[in-house]
Unconditional design. Structure first.
Length: 210
């Protein structure tokens, strides 16, 4: 759940992540945008939250304070990173294997809470339309990230693919959603694993690890 701690692990394992700037609430009053080494637009998010809660896109300097206030509602530390325009791609991992890649096309500005949980607010493409070599690289990076964090059983690994076709790992979701609009069950279904079998495999894997 700690985005900064996990990113330090990813960097150690040479897994590409966006640049980032960490800001603690005690440093808020002294914050100066000049301190950030990359230009606007930015993404501001709490360090330890899920479901895009507290996340804002900052396009102009006037947006900084409201975005900061929103992120600090949920954590004492926030992450600032460059806003990467590109494709939202997610890889499902089950039993130490990459199941497949799904692409999200949202009607929102980014894949926020509404896009994730309100039916009809996003379109899911499975398998993601990617060249075979690129898909293979993303699966490899996803599995490397899953292993680097010591994950077991299952996870969903989130990427952005920028306009130059460069992948950036955003995070590993160790408790991915299991609702009717959730991505992990959809990836599994696309890989030939219906929902009841998916749950059985997750439980069986957990029992074997005890």
């Amino acid at each position: 759940m700690d985005k900064v701690a996990s990113r330090k692990v990813f960097i150690h394992h040479k897994i590409p992540v966006p640049e980032f700037f960490l800001l603690h609430s005690r440093e808020r009053r002294a914050f100066n945008a000049v301190k950030v080494s990359f230009p606007l637009p930015w993404v501001m998010k709490p360090c330890r939250e899920g479901s895009s809660v507290g996340v804002s896109i900052v396009e102009e300097e006037k947006d900084i304070e409201p975005a900061m206030a929103e992120a600090f509602r949920f954590d004492t530390e926030i992450l600032i990173e460059p806003y990467i325009r590109g494709r939202e791609l997610q890889v499902g991992i089950l039993d130490d294997a990459a199941l497949g890649i799904i692409e999200i096309k949202t009607k929102r500005k980014f894949y926020d809470y509404t896009a994730k949980y309100v039916p009809g607010m996003s379109e899911h493409l499975f398998p993601a339309p990617l060249p075979e070599e690129q898909a293979g690289r993303l699966k490899g990076l996803a599995l490397a990230a899953h292993r680097a964090l010591g994950c077991q059983g299952y996870s969903r690994v989130d990427f952005l693919l920028d306009e130059k076709q460069r992948p950036f790992l955003l995070e590993v979701n160790t408790l991915p959603g299991m609702t009717e609009t959730s991505l992990f069950p959809e990836i599994a279904r696309g890989a030939g694993i219906p929902f009841d079998q998916l749950i059985e495999r997750i439980l069986s894997s957990a029992l074997q690890k005890k």
